[in-house]
Design a protein around this ligand. Structure first.
Ligand code: ZN
Length: 283
């Protein structure tokens, strides 16, 4: 495979050297708001749910054998890290024949199509027509998943195993909705849905590498991982997935949306983790 891109939707970047059984994905760093996104609130408020600069922090992965898959559309438009059944029907005008399953994300207004920002500010002036919701799923969500699935399947077929790293960032400080208001979060939180999506050797490799660079690392502490690691993992079969949340305080100014003075050091630590992971994965 060569590098591929569906403009405004998804980009796949293949390794620059020998491939390793590694796939990284960055679902929340897209910058495009498609034309049919018509929020009732300013776009810069909708942008707050993005994972700024994360694809850059993990960008060395393609020099260490990994395929990188990135979303190019914004998370506030449709969230690739949700199942399509995780749809809040109170937001949809018209019939929706597909099955839906209310989750804790639905209750928080943070399901497939987010309802609110910061837990309270409604994004849309009213309901979304069902055909518009369908369009977002078929034109954005599905190609992202197809691209990621293909990268994982190709890698698995070639090596008989695949290590998948799903890359995100989180606010520096806790808030009431997560029950950690006023607490500074760990520098990194590694999520494996309580050990169900990845084995302990892969998880510990990532955790210990980041700790060796002097960072605090939590495991399955509130941020356990959602749909992307759930959907594609099968550890018993050699398909392992984990999520990494990078604390925004160690690389950016969240108010100004700029890289801060710690960005280079954090990127270097992530690059060392990628190097460690490459050595681990190639064995
Ligand atoms: Zn994210």
């Amino acid at each position: 495979m060569a590098n591929t891109e569906i403009p405004g939707v998804v980009r796949r970047t293949d390794p620059t050297g020998d491939a390793a059984p590694l796939v990284f994905d960055s679902p929340h760093t897209g910058l495009l708001f498609p034309d049919d996104f018509k929020p009732a609130i300013p776009l810069d408020i909708c942008e707050r749910v993005s994972d700024w600069f994360v694809e850059e922090l993990f960008g060395a992965c393609t020099r260490h054998g990994a395929i990188l898959v990135e979303a190019l559309f914004r998370r506030a438009y449709i969230d690739p890290n949700r199942d399509t059944a995780d749809l809040d029907l109170s937001m949809v005008a018209g019939d929706w024949p597909d099955p839906v399953a209310v989750t804790e994300k639905t209750k928080r207004g943070a399901s497939l199509i987010w309802k609110v920002i910061d837990g309270e500010t409604a994004i849309y002036p009213g309901k979304l027509p069902a055909d518009l919701v369908r369009h977002r799923i078929e034109t954005y969500w599905r190609p992202y998943h197809q691209t990621l699935r293909q990268a994982l399947d190709e890698t698995f077929e070639r090596f008989g195993r695949v290590y998948h790293v799903d890359c995100h960032s989180m606010p520096e400080w806790g808030d009431a909705r997560w029950g950690d208001q006023g607490e500074r979060r760990a520098d990194f939180i590694v999520g494996t849905r309580d050990g169900t999506t990845a084995g302990s050797a892969f998880t510990e490799l990532v955790v210990e590498s980041l700790r060796a660079s002097g960072y605090s690392v939590g495991v399955n502490d509130k941020f356990k991982g959602v749909e992307l690691i759930r959907r594609y993992s099968d550890p018993a079969a050699g398909r392992q997935s984990l999520q990494i949340e990078v604390n925004r305080g160690i690389y950016m100014d969240e108010a100004a949306i700029t890289r801060n003075e710690r960005f280079a050091g954090t990127k270097a630590a992530i690059t060392r983790m990628i190097e460690d992971l490459e050595a681990f994965a190639r064995v």
